[in-house]
Design a protein around this ligand. Structure first.
Ligand code: SF4
Ligand code: SF4
Ligand code: SF4
Length: 214
């Protein structure tokens, strides 16, 4: 992939790529909005030219593209686990009054996190992924949607040594997502070797930290 420069010395091809899932009925977050928030961030921070400067070349390979994913819910159809930076929509279920014991929430939960007791539904929070399906399926509002936010992951990649992205925060807001993105790009451009993927850099830093703590 060759990146030409225009007459202002800027690259004609973006050095970032945003993948998003479709606007399906499971989407907890506004996918269109988050896509434009990311685009605005990369444009305003002149990411493409900074990334090319880090490479020391306008000849970029596909693995030099910074890959971002937006997933509307934890189903992760846009594969956030293998992207440099990604977010998933989250909705926390809140248990209230009025359960009629219909069992719809139990059937709807893909993670078997709900059991019904005399007092109503019980949610095992260690199993719950905050997907919002139980609240969507409850006809009485005995399970309702509480906090809505974003789970942020980073450092995923395929290639020679694939690795899954790691969660850096959960249930944050748009501002929190942008702070993590800025911190991540700063780290990549400050510490990353030319051409190094974010996931490789994070693994290298972790290894160094472990070496110095022993
Ligand atoms: S990740 Fe969720 S919101 Fe996005 S397409 Fe898949 S099921 Fe729908
Ligand atoms: S939010 Fe999703 S994972 Fe959690 S209890 Fe409800 S249906 Fe199950
Ligand atoms: S779907 Fe709602 S009303 Fe039905 S069992 Fe679950 S909490 Fe109770």
């Amino acid at each position: 992939m060759q990146h030409k420069e225009n007459n202002r010395g800027q690259a004609d091809t973006n050095m970032y790529q945003i993948t998003r899932c479709r606007n399906c009925h499971r989407a907890i977050i506004d996918l269109d909005r988050m896509e434009s928030v990311f685009k605005e961030f990369f444009e305003q921070t002149d990411f493409t030219n900074k990334q090319l400067a880090r490479l020391g070349s306008t000849r970029a390979m596909p693995h030099h593209i910074f890959r971002v994913a937006i997933a509307g819910c934890p189903n992760s159809c846009s594969q956030p686990q293998i992207k440099d930076f990604a977010l998933q929509g989250q909705a926390v279920p809140v248990v209230g009054e009025g359960c009629t014991d219909c069992g719809r929430c139990v059937a709807a939960c893909p993670d078997q996190a709900i059991s019904l007791a005399e007092q109503g539904p019980h949610i095992d929070r260690s199993l719950c992924l905050n997907c919002g399906k139980c609240a969507q399926s409850c006809p009485t509002g005995a399970i309702a949607t509480g906090n809505i936010g974003y789970r942020v992951l980073r450092g995923g990649k395929l290639g020679r040594r694939p690795q899954l992205a790691q969660e850096v925060c959960s249930l944050t807001d748009e501002q929190g997502v942008l702070q993590w993105l800025q911190q991540t790009i700063d780290l990549l451009h400050r510490e990353g070797q030319p051409g190094e993927r974010l996931g490789t850099l994070l693994a290298r830093i972790e290894k160094n930290d472990e070496k110095h703590s022993t």
